[in-house]
Ligand binder design. Structure first.
Ligand code: ADP
Ligand code: MG
Length: 238
């Protein structure tokens, strides 16, 4: 399963291509995308709607297949993995946060966070301790027994962040995680995500439309016409 690579990057993407077949013809979405992400780095991805940002994250998260290119996560070539190995990688090494929290409505906040740990085979007791600890760090200790419907938008997103990072993944993929929130709440959720990722040693790739948040990342790339372009984090207009 392990394929050794000389790159020291946590994530090494080379020549990634993806197109979709539409009735009108072929849509070239990603064209020879290459990028490296270092351990613990926080990268913001910006770009117009429809530029392929979600497609890129789906590919990196092994949720879709590419037409060409190579993606190595900690030296492992992810497209060469079997479906069960991909599922294991997603459960153990990658965290996901989306614009919608996607919490399970029948479960409490605490149970939602415990779930990925239980899937890994952790005992209920251990999973509960670890989940309570991470939710407390996100100032949600008074919300452990709340179902998602009784959480505010910002609280629900913080629970989603806790669920994504509770397994200590090496990579967090966040697709417009604050897209549904007002500016102040977005900042709170962003800071929680940044601090927790840093504590847990996860590198982050965050898609955002917010120039204010993107400017707080270590690095910012714009997806434009199928390619990633380096831009300064001080650039104002997105
Ligand atoms: N499964 C699909 N089949 C056909 N076209 C798709 C599919 N998924 C996405 N697209 C198209 O690919 C483009 C990029 O989509 P997406 O990655 O969601 O963009 P973004 O997240 O940057 O808004 C869009 O034009 C979208 O319509
Ligand atoms: Mg998108």
């Amino acid at each position: 399963m392990q394929t050794e690579t000389k790159s020291t990057a946590l994530l090494d993407v080379q020549g990634l291509c993806k197109s979709y077949t539409a009735p009108s013809g072929t849509l070239d979405i990603l064209h020879q995308v290459s990028l490296e992400l270092q351990q613990g780095e926080f990268l913001a991805i910006v770009g117009e709607s429809g530029s392929g940002k979600s497609t890129l994250l789906q590919l990196l998260g092994t949720l879709d297949s590419s037409d060409a290119g190579e993606v190595r996560l900690h030296g492992t070539s992810i497209f060469k993995l079997s479906e069960s190995e991909k599922a294991k990688l997603r459960n153990q090494s990658i965290g996901f946060v989306y614009q919608e929290h996607h919490l399970i409505p029948e479960l409490t906040a605490l149970e939602n966070v415990m779930l990925p740990l239980l899937i890994q085979g952790m005992t209920r007791h251990e999973a509960q301790l670890r989940s309570e600890e991470i939710l407390t760090r996100l100032h949600l200790q008074e919300r452990l027994q709340h179902p998602p419907t009784r959480l505010s938008g910002g609280e629900a997103q913080r629970v989603a962040v806790a669920r994504a990072l509770v397994t200590k993944p090496i990579l967090l993929l966040a697709d417009e995680p604050t897209g549904n929130l007002d500016e102040a709440t977005a900042q709170t959720v962003f800071q929680a995500m940044q601090a927790l990722a840093l504590d847990e040693g996860a590198a982050v790739m965050m898609v955002t439309h917010s120039s204010a948040l993107a400017a707080q990342a270590d690095r910012m790339l714009r997806l434009h016409r199928g390619q990633l372009i380096q831009i300064s984090t001080s650039e104002e207009s997105l």
